[in-house]
Design a protein around this ligand. Sequence first.
Ligand code: NIG
Ligand code: FE
Length: 422
Amino acid sequence: MAILFSGIKQLLTFAGDNAPRAGAAMRETGLVDNAAVLVNGGVIEAAGPRAAVARHPLAKKARKVEVNGICLPGFVDSHTHAVFAEPRLKDFSMRTAGASYEEIRAAGGGIVSSVGAVRRQPQAEMAAQLAARAARFLECGTTTAEVKSGYGLSLESELKMLRAVREAAKRTPLEMIPTLLAAHGVPPEFNGDAQKYLDYATEEILPRAAKEKLAVFADIFCERGYFTPEQTVAYLKAARRLGLIPKVHSEQLSNYGGTRAGAAAGAISADHADHVFAEDIAAMREAGVIATLLPASNFYLGASKYPPAREIISEGVPVALATDFNPGTCPCWNMQFVLSAACTHCAMTPEEALCAATVNGAWALGIGDRAGAIVAGRQADLAFFEADDYRELCYYFGANQNLLTVKKGKIVYRAPGRIAGR
Ligand code: NIG
Ligand code: FE
């Protein structure tokens, strides 16, 4: 049944080119005041000024929802590690006592400390836990999330994580796009031999994940003490030959060359970018790589350094924003907090931040032609917030301002007691 959403004080459509937005185009929100959106059969029928949408032939018989807030495309969170068995509270205690990410790792915490519990966890339990987490994303206005493996670090456990994503996707309206992150760290049984582990991942894990269509993307953590830029290029090229689209964790803790390695291997996005230099930014622009910034992780790590968003945007590289939700560096699933961190710590404008969290996030997942914008014919993925002005979304922080989330034309979350009607 068609639904007509009205009472929209501001609608941000992000209508524009069918491509990732760069430079000044990141500030074009497609703002419509006093708007309405009509959805039917999972897609957007019409969106624009209220009076114009009301004249659509389907509007009369449609179910009416009066929102009294603002409307955006549902957030596309293009970088998460949402499958993990346990929070890392010991790491957190060490962090509050002043330890750095590397010191925590040296003391037995960090990525590899998540592996034991993940290997022990049955797939069904993992899927149930992920489906429960998916509900938290939906209630904050996220309608699509990328989900990485990367805490199994063996053929069996990495595939189990990806199968859990597939299983959980049947139980939640949140759209989840899987990424194989077998190259997240070196598991203990390889005794620090990164190349040997990477050979195993290349020969055993990549082909199986590709063959069983368990992942869309392949990702690698390129950082000193993890995997080198040379290893990154070789691994991502092998992934690409198998039909997996490359992504890379790069320049998170130091300037190490992962961004250029990702660009050389045809990565769709290079993620983190905290320590990028001019030559890394140029390589992204030339290779058409999206820079995915994850400032909530900088916040959680207590970093004084944030990604140089202004430089990246002024050089014409499209920027996406994502949570990086994970147990070690970002226990936060709320994209509204990411907006705040991007504006207050990366000097992004609210317009750029909202573009980065919606339409550019969709392009970072290769789904920009169907999601991320409120345009007739696109998937009806919407989020409504309690505000008069869209800038309030970036201004207030630490709260959930979401009123209503719509996925493929269905209301999948409604803030209790906020909106009249069924
Ligand atoms: O994006 N940098 C590597 N991966 C994650 C951290 C994962 C963890 O610490 O468990 C990140 O920050
Ligand atoms: Fe990450």
